[in-house]
Design a protein around this ligand. Structure first.
Ligand SMILES: *Cc1c(COP(=O)(O)O)cnc(C)c1O
Length: 202
């Protein structure tokens, strides 16, 4: 999956011409700006932290939400999905490095969190996502390995709305290690598009 934040529609179209079928955006507004120009050509994923008050703007535009990280967010996704008669595929984001600066459910809480999801009929849990600590690739390997273990544990949970398929981990810095450890979605930005230029004026 191509992580397309900060890149424009024309650049993304070039990537699509090269065979990219899925893109991930991490900001609701940016996704909405690009969506009308790309919706017929590519599937959109949401990969950033999602605020509950913005769920309504993306709920019918995304193939997969990678960043389900709280009960409150699940409640809102479920509510908005019901209103539109949709079932929304979600990955549970795991804070695998236990980092203060990152979102996600602590690994030891995965089971309880997934059990809590049982009452949300319009959410379908499809797997796990992690943003590993930013370390040299070989030092990230143990975190990816732990994610694979959790992924296998998730597969054992028998629940009507759990249908496990995706393990989303690995970015430009470390995607090959992630794949070696079992990732089946990698989220690549820089290695496809080059360095991002953040506009200081916003
Ligand atoms: C930007 C981003 C990526 C891609 O990062 P690169 O290092 O540029 O490959 C992956 N996942 C998330 C959640 C992102 O926001």
């Amino acid at each position: 999956m191509a992580a397309t934040k900060t890149f424009g529609v024309e650049t993304i179209k070039e990537a699509i011409a090269c065979g990219i079928t899925d893109i991930g955006e991490n900001k609701v507004q940016e996704l909405n700006e690009k969506y009308p120009y790309l919706k017929n050509e590519v599937k959109f994923h949401f990969i950033g932290h999602l605020q509950t008050n913005k769920v309504k703007y993306i709920i019918d535009k995304v193939k997969l939400i990678h960043s389900l990280d709280s009960i409150k967010l699940a409640e809102e996704i479920d509510k908005r999905a019901k209103q539109k008669s949709l079932i929304i595929d979600c990955l549970v984001e795991i804070n695998i490095g236990g980092e203060e600066s990152k979102y996600g459910i602590p690994p030891e809480e995965m089971h309880n969190f997934v059990k809590e999801m049982e009452k949300y009929d319009n959410i379908r849990i499809r797997g796990l996502m992690a943003i590993a600590p930013y370390l040299p690739p070989e030092e990230v390997r143990p975190y990816f390995r732990k994610m694979k273990e959790l992924f296998e544990e998730l597969k054992e949970i028998k629940q009507h709305n759990v249908q496990v398929e995706f393990l989303s981990m690995g970015m430009s810095n470390d995607y090959w290690v992630a794949v070696e450890e079992g990732a089946n979605i990698v989220r690549i930005g820089t290695s496809i598009f080059g360095q991002r230029q953040y506009n200081v004026e916003g």
